[in-house]
Design a protein around this ligand. Sequence first.
Ligand code: GAL
Length: 978
Amino acid sequence: MGLSRRTFSALAGTTALGLALGGSGAASCAYAAPTVPTGPAPAPPAADGKRHTIGFDRYSLIVDGRRLVVWSGEMHPFRLPSPSLWRDVLQKMRAHGYNAVSIYVSWNYHSAAPGQYDFTGVRDLDLFLRMASETGIYVILRPGPYINAEIDGGGFPGWLTATEGTARTSDPTYLKYVDEWLDQVNAIAGRHLYSKGGGTILLYQIENEYDAHVTEPAGRDYMAHLYRKVRADGIDVPLFHNDKGRNGYWIPGSFDTDGEQGRWLYGFDGYPSPTLTPPDWGHFGVGGTKGGATASPQTPGLVPEFGGGWFDPWGGVWFKGKGYAESRRLRDAAYERRFYLTNFANGITLHNVYMTFGGTSWGWLPAPVVYTSYDYGAAIDEGRQATDKLVPMHQLGQLLYHVPDLAKLDRAEDVTADGLKVYHLANPDTGAQVYVVRNDGKQTVTSAVPGIDAPVTVPAQDARLLVTGLKLGRRELRYSNAQPMLALSAGRQEIAVLTGRSGETTVTALECAMRPTVTVVEGDADWSYEDGLLRIEAQLDGLTRVLVSGGGVGTPLLLLLADDETSVRLWPRETPSGSVLVYGPALLRTADVSGTAVRLTGDTVRAAELEVWGPRGLREVTWNGGELKVRTSASGSLRAAQPLPGVGTVTLPALRGGWRRKTENPEAAPDYDDSDWKLADRTTTYSTTPVPDGQPVLFADDYGFHYGDVWYRGHFTDARGAESVSLAYSTGTQGLLMAWLDGRPLGTHRMPVPGNSSVRQGSWADTAVFDVPEELRKDGAHVLSVLVRRMQHDQDGKAQDTHKVARGLTAVTFAGAAPRLSWRIQGEAAPDPVRGPQNNGGLYGERHGWHLPDHADGDWPEAELPRADRQQGVTWYRTGFKLAVDSGIDASIGLVLDDDPARAYRVQIFLNGWNMGQYINDVGPQHTFALPNGILRTRGTNTLALAVLSDGTTPAGPSDVRLTLLGAAAGGVTVADV
Ligand code: GAL
């Protein structure tokens, strides 16, 4: 590939890139031993218009000649349909120590039809990438084409299910469509590459968890095609794949990368059960590619996805989903410390937590297995609120940025500690020693760790990282039993932060050639000096401050010992004028220094102190635009004279009044005019579901209907002798079918039927059998009307085209008669130009805009909730409500639906026309639906429309419908209406 070679040589020239690439792209020296000394991490990235080199050696990425440990979190822009809020999540991630965000780009979200692509509005990838660079965070871009991600079809567009060719292989038809997709994504990505200074894209993934055809041409050629295509499109950052577990698939050299091995990283993912002992590989693994040692010893340890929670499936008899509180409880902060620190000890220096903000699979986005919320039990919850899982991420993220010794570690001499697993590592350049100590037991352990002259305590199922021989600015830490979080220089002093659990006694020992002057500025601490060692003992409670000066060093060191809760209110920031450390508020979004002023923006929840350490000469501090009265504190900071106010009260209206109600499904009536519906008369399909002999193809995708509900009307002339009708259908998990003959309800059939062996997970096909009422078994015209609620397309995790399993009716037969039916089909109308293809299915109300805010419902009958109607079919409810949240408040609001779980109905929730998800009353577990600001007008009028589908077997709701506050803060980002 001439093009990519040229690109690389144009970029070569610095040590790092030259070494990593072999200068002109020659593979032979791609792995030459680098000579990158331990030094400060690269400054936070921006679209600065400069060229940057991105290389690597076996330890880490090397950016502009400096080592970079990637501490990344996953979020999906498509799961937060309000671009302003992307910035909110990005700023929260950045503030909490993540230096990168990893995103999937989901093909189906951007493409309603072949050749049609939309990257505007909530789909504006360019805007997301701009925001990431404005936030100073790297991007790991993962556009598939297959992504999995618990999304419809694993990211494949609905229309791809009706095309020829085998997906995820080198099949030419499939590749033609793939190239069409990559053309679009890469045109945008190409403008935001960090290598070219256009943005902050640092790495790029092709395909995802591709474990089929690994050794066959169909697979290798496919991967080689993707590689070449991406390179030919000008993407010159390192590429990688995400191996499904450490199988050693797609390591460098396993497929043709045009000799550019040095530009290909090996990555694998892991979602270990919390009850497991964290697995070792790399430094501490034993033998083989699979069993232990890294499958790719010359590339740095890369985990493109490591579980930061887990998705929750539907409730009910089959899946038994329990809700996301449980997911968060199982994979809590201690899980993160235990598993992520083990990864780190094993040499992972590129780490991405899937998910860090899960968000919402709104509309028809979720794969059949999951419900609307994709909260994931992540560190930032679906309502954008920080959870205590951010504590370890914050502490480690800051550490990895501020302590460069951690970017280059070798395994060191084994050491043991009673009751603890110890991983011992050392930096070969600086001599700093790192100990990851892990307690796999069920009791807290206090033990002696060699090198640390103080007891080390690790709670049950937890871990911590300790260091010895570490330079903290101009001084050296001999040891501490507290975990270091950062070291920086602010004005006339240096600051180091160490952390631990509240109430713990910590011992921190600093080398001091001469007796220093020590002042305990705040908190409960004692110190002693002997034999060149200053030993500080402190009990952790809030922020303990000890100022160490003299002792042969000109610059004083402020030692801050923070308990966990306090540590996440310490916000370090790099500015062009130097480092800033802010203490107090619930979030620091931005910090700018100009002259003698520092301008801060951020959030408070409760009233909070504000304190700033920064470059010399700072005198003024502003917070969210307002100037603060400040004075200099004994620890060298500027401290606000008055605490920052917390958030005011947010009142939400009750949704009791103003409801109107209208029943629809006219399609069930015998005289409904369906002449403009499509004829369902095809005889062939590309679906993997067989077409029954002698019957037309009834699969909805074949007629261009890919999302949500679909209607069928089968016309026939003679029903004499017909005893029953069998309707075979295929929907995925929670699908259902309801049928009417000549307007008479025949019944509702739901998937899955417990105990029905014909329902196989992965195919979810079943047959509804309804009796034909005696009175209708007559000669003459008849209409069989069928409404199928489809769930979404299966994912294609095993590369078997399972996204092509049929959706909708598959076969219809009668017992006692054999009428020939002529079928018409109607699904969703043309995709909503703003809300996109997954917003609507084919309900009558959806086709006629009943979900839209400006729909005239004045002639709909008024209604009161709760309702208890017993009828098969569809009824809509609409109401309006006003919100008047103060403009300085970021209120995150949800909608709650609640009812007696025996009632058989489900609801599509439309807020201002946006499909905010599917509630299934008798399945659950989801009752609260996040309503993103921007779609929700927090200062204005909103329209809520509920499309209720009732089985007809029980009285049906809605019953209790109310708003709830998911969290509120004073501050927030500016939110534009979507
Ligand atoms: C991974 C996959 C992701 C997602 C995750 C589970 O195996 O790569 O896309 O499906 O599992 O949430």
